[in-house]
Design a protein around this ligand. Structure first.
Ligand code: FES
Length: 466
């Protein structure tokens, strides 16, 4: 849905900067770097900078024909514009409530009188469930409003370092307040799990040393404190601890949900997203790693990783791409129009998209191989592979094996666990806020930095092949 605003825009600022300054959140996945084409607006003002070819290229023919502009390109052509009418196309807020209402996580909980809301702050989506007496009584989810500052954690961290830390924190506080406001009753307690960057952005912690060498987070421990919500209610918050810059409380929570501290069997855990976080281990020892997957599995054109993986397997099976990932002629130059049975429209895949996917899947597969080797087990010896993330449920595991993302020995051992970060927070709340198992995960976990592993680059190139 489109939404209209009247704002002021200073002479040297882009409309995107002006909107942000005035607290208006719009899609800006590339954080104003002129590459995503998402910050689409219409303007009712002539004294603005001319449309450029670069901008036209990012807009569709239809958008160009109707005179749409990109907010990160346009600036006033002369001096300040005091009253600029901006229509934001596809307003972020309109898409925010993705899922609401009562829901069931298909889990059994211990019965108790506790009431709490568990919130998973994902880089793209914020998901929440309210629990009362051990039952899920409400489910909510919305897009993370920080999407206006870029789709990935690096863009947002850079924005925070450049002076937008308060705005980024406010985005999350507003999202959390909005979720709490829509709950059917006072949740009593708030439990939050998130990746390390989200926690730093929420708490306005310094980020420079985390996104640059020595990649050291400012703080990784528990947070237990009262927060005053917008409604005036004071609620006790528990934020689950992170392990490192790359392994956040979302992964810790996922490992806790998957009972890593309950068993001697060796299990694998993978959360496929912008970073493919993974862990292997049992109650005695856990090794973790993170492989940069880039945007491939949270792609902007193919909707979810599920599609990406199935698509690659289809293309390879039908000879549209070769084992090196090259599109055959004439698709190499023109792109290939892909549509599977679950999709409404065709998506044109270009060679660059396939390279992104190739790099992502080889980084993750190389990470899996290194973790298994360092742990001293083979894929045959792994008991289960827990596949976390929204994509897990619909993923065609066979396609993931076919394209080499997962070892074939794990095909029959893969268990999709959905949002295990949220599920872990719920498990924690239902345990009566018992920190001990989460503390245990932290104490037996050790991080493997894949970039420091000699074998990583060889394996990476090996698994680039389809
Ligand atoms: S093109 Fe990405 S924010 Fe404008």
């Amino acid at each position: 849905m489109n939404k209209e605003y009247t704002i002021n825009c200073k002479k040297d600022e882009t409309v995107l900067e002006a909107l942000r300054r005035q607290g208006i959140t719009i899609r800006a996945f590339c954080n104003g770097r002129h590459s995503c084409g998402k910050c689409r607006i219409m303007l009712d003002e002539e004294n603005m900078s001319e449309v450029t070819y670069e901008e036209m290229y990012l807009l569709t023919d239809e958008e160009n024909a109707m005179g749409a502009r990109l907010a990160c390109f346009v600036k006033p052509d002369g001096g300040d514009v005091d009253s600029l009418k901006v229509t934001v196309l596809d307003m972020l807020e309109s898409e925010a409530p993705i899922q609401t209402g009562t829901g069931d996580l298909s889990m059994s909980f211990s019965i108790g009188d506790l009431s709490f809301v568990a919130i998973d702050i994902g880089t793209t989506t914020i998901a929440a469930k309210m629990i009362k007496g051990g039952e899920v009584i409400y489910t909510a989810s919305r897009m993370n409003s920080q999407c206006s500052y870029g789709a990935d954690v690096i863009s947002r961290s850079e924005s925070a370092i450049k002076g937008y830390a308060e705005e980024l924190s406010n985005c999350l506080m507003d999202d959390i307040n909005a979720i709490i406001d829509e709950l059917p009753e006072n949740p009593g307690n708030v439990i939050i799990s998130a990746n390390t960057t989200m926690i730093h952005l929420l708490m306005e912690y310094p980020l420079a040393e985390m996104i640059n060498y020595p990649f050291r987070p400012y703080y990784t421990g528990w947070h237990k404190k009262n927060f005053m919500m917008d409604s005036g209610k004071i609620l006790p918050w528990t934020i689950l601890p992170n392990l490192s810059a790359y392994i956040g409380g979302d992964v810790v929570s996922g490992l806790y949900f998957c009972d890593f501290t309950e068993t001697d069997k060796v299990n694998l855990f993978i959360d496929l997203g912008t970073n493919g976080e993974m862990a292997i281990g049992n109650r005695q020892r856990i090794l973790t790693a993170s492989a940069a997957a880039g945007p491939a599995f949270e792609g902007t054109r193919l909707n979810v990783a599920t599609d990406v993986i199935k698509c690659m397997a289809d293309l390879r099976r039908n000879g549209i791409i070769d084992e090196n990932g090259s599109l055959k002629d004439p698709y190499f130059d023109e792109g290939y129009n892909y549509k599977n049975s679950g999709m409404n429209d065709y998506v044109t895949l270009y060679q660059k998209d396939i390279r992104d996917i190739q790099m992502a899947k080889s980084a993750i597969r190389a990470g899996i191989e290194i973790l298994m080797k360092k742990y001293g087990v083979t894929a045959l010896q792994v008991n289960k592979l827990y596949l976390a993330g929204g994509m897990g449920h619909g993923l065609d595991i066979h396609s993931a094996v076919e394209i080499g993302l997962l070892p074939k020995e794990l095909e029959s051992k893969t268990v999709p666990v959905g949002n295990s970060s949220l599920a872990g927070s719920i498990k924690y709340g239902n345990s009566g806020f018992d920190d001990s198992d989460i503390e245990k995960i932290i104490s037996v976990s050790e991080e493997v930095l894949l970039s420091n592993e000699k074998e990583f680059s060889g394996l990476y190139y090996e698994y680039m092949q389809f």
